[in-house]
Design a protein around this ligand. Structure first.
Ligand SMILES: [Zn+2]
Length: 268
């Protein structure tokens, strides 16, 4: 268990963390907190969660191959309606069977009624039904969801996001689901290209790696010592972007404190 970002510790310790971390009995510190203060094992680790959305699509297997080749853990959030052929189905099967290195999680069947997010979140029962439809198709290992088109978070410790997603967040929370948002997004330079997924990335591997290091150093992430990076498989359908992804991983790898993890290990 990693120490949480400032201001969230008290909430964390009253909530779900109690069951997962034995208490030391001193000032409410958990065993792992105390280890960190003493510089014990894992004290200086920083956890990097690569979370790639909308699989299967162009670029899904390119990303999976980079992660496998470089032996880094990563998470794909799957969209059922994006399966158009056996190739797509096989890509998801490859990811699902690569656990614990790769993890497949739920991003909803219809991607928010085909990107109609306002309607989607105004009909919470239908939205949750759409997520459950995806779940019954893939039988995801974990009750972990990324909401389409929304940076929202739900766990034992927090429930936050835009007002529009609140009914869906509440419903999922009652059903025991966690919702994962993101700290940093790796996108395309031209936002108009996002839908079709072609075009240069909005920043190179070195710049993004510097931002990740800075945000971790300055505690600017949702949970201290952890950073969730969002991108989309389709941005990596070209050779230049695939090279950037490999380079990004290689740069972060140079710091022995950095550990890549799947999102089921996120401290929530
Ligand atoms: Zn998406």
């Amino acid at each position: 268990m990693r120490r949480r970002a400032q201001g969230r510790d008290a909430l964390g310790r009253q909530g779900g963390l109690m069951g997962r971390d034995a208490m030391t009995g001193q000032s409410g510190l958990t065993v792992s907190d105390t280890m960190m203060q003493r510089g014990g094992a894992g004290a200086d680790k920083r956890y990097i969660y690569l979370t790639w959305d909308d699989a299967p699509q162009r670029g899904t297997m390119s990303c999976a191959e980079v992660f496998i080749r470089h032996q880094v853990k990563a998470t794909f959030f799957a969209v059922g309606m994006n399966i158009h052929n056996t190739e797509g189905r096989e890509a998801l099967d490859t990811i699902a069977s690569a656990y614990p290195q790769l993890l497949l999680c739920n991003h909803g069947w219809s991607h928010g009624f085909h990107d109609h997010y306002k309607t989607y979140y105004s009909l919470p029962d239908s939205a949750i039904g759409d997520l459950m439809q995806n779940d019954s198709c893939f039988h995801f290992r974990q009750k972990i969801v990324r909401l389409p088109g929304s940076n929202s978070w739900v766990s034992n410790l927090e429930n936050k996001g835009p007002q529009s997603t609140e009914p869906v967040r509440e419903g999922l929370s009652r059903m025991g689901y966690r919702v994962i948002g993101w700290d940093v997004e790796w996108g395309l330079r031209d936002r108009n290209d996002r839908g079709r997924g072609a075009g240069p990335l909005d920043r190179g591997a070195e710049q993004l790696a510097r931002e990740v290091e800075r945000d971790l150093d300055q505690g600017k992430t949702n949970v201290a010592h952890s950073i969730v990076i969002l991108s989309h498989d389709r941005f990596f359908s070209g050779a230049a972007a695939v090279d950037s992804l490999a380079q990004f991983i290689a740069i972060l790898r140079q710091d022995p404190r950095n550990v890549f993890e799947t999102i089921d290990h996120y401290p929530m």
